[in-house]
Design a protein around this ligand. Structure first.
Ligand SMILES: CC(C)(COP(=O)(O)OP(=O)(O)OC[C@H]1O[C@@H](n2cnc3c(N)ncnc32)[C@H](O)[C@@H]1OP(=O)(O)O)[C@@H](O)C(=O)NCCC(=O)NCCS
Length: 222
């Protein structure tokens, strides 16, 4: 793996930039929306621990999610996490979490994509996970696909990671269809703590793509 720093990337319609504090509040205004964070942020373990709630119990899961959503709604509480994110990006090496802010060329920030160490392979920096969100106002226009192609090209060709292993809620079709368009293959299904709009637990599909398979797919589809 190469010791390459995160950099700004330009595509036809987008500026995909190294994050700064100036757009973080706008991003928070997007991610605090339940429709955006529902299958993006799993409810953190610290909430189950602090309030003595069980992941096995549906009413506990609902309660934990409500507490988490309340925390997400509070900018003053969230601000330190965003400040820390910017600080660690500035200081980071290439074993870090790579995070980009996605801007329209008009200057409006519309989303974020991350390529982070994979929780199960923390000691193996060439195996990564991904995360993405786009403002509901701009979904369905190919912006996530345009972003993901540019960022995965950079991660596989320049940083030289070897594989991405990730997952998406079964019900989150726009996310796993995006993975499939990028060449990811479904490798299984697992339990999650995500709840759908009717507070039913949903499973996640597991996906992965190797560098070879990603590049093969890119050659076929441009
Ligand atoms: C998942 C998510 C990032 C997708 O973002 P998006 O910008 O809407 O994705 P795209 O526009 O690239 O693809 C969505 C659809 O638009 C279509 N589309 C429209 N115009 C397009 C274009 N010019 N180029 C490519 N696709 C286009 C795609 O074909 C796709 O259709 P499909 O879902 O039927 O396959 C977005 O739905 C989101 O933010 N969800 C909430 C957060 C979340 O759940 N994140 C994922 C956690 S795993």
């Amino acid at each position: 793996m190469e010791n390459i720093k995160i950099k700004d990337i330009e595509t036809d319609r987008l500026l995909i930039k190294v994050p700064t504090m100036s757009e973080q509040k706008s991003l928070w205004n997007i991610i605090k929306l339940e429709e955006v964070n529902r299958y993006y942020f799993p409810t953190p373990n610290r909430i189950f621990d602090k309030y003595n709630l069980s992941k096995e119990n549906i009413s506990d899961l609902i309660q934990a999610r409500m507490i988490f959503q309340k925390q997400l709604n509070d900018w003053e509480r969230q601000k330190p996490f965003y400040k820390e994110k910017i600080r660690s990006i500035k200081n980071g090496d290439n074993g870090q979490k790579f995070t980009w802010s996605i801007f329209l060329k008009s200057g409006e920030v519309i989303g974020q994509m991350t390529v982070q160490p994979n929780e199960k392979y923390l000691d193996n920096p060439v195996i990564r996970d991904v995360g993405w969100f786009i403002s509901p106002k701009y979904q369905g226009q190919g912006y996530a696909y345009e972003t993901a192609k540019a960022i995965l090209d950079f991660m596989f060709l320049e940083v030289k990671i070897e594989k991405i292993i990730t997952s998406a809620a079964v019900i989150n079709t726009s996310s796993w269809k995006l993975m499939e368009r990028l060449g990811f293959e479904r490798i299984g299904e697992k339990k999650s703590t995500y709840l759908d709009e009717n507070n039913q637990i949903v499973n996640c599909f597991c996906y992965e793509v190797s560098c070879d398979k990603y590049l093969k797919k890119r050659n076929y589809s441009g």
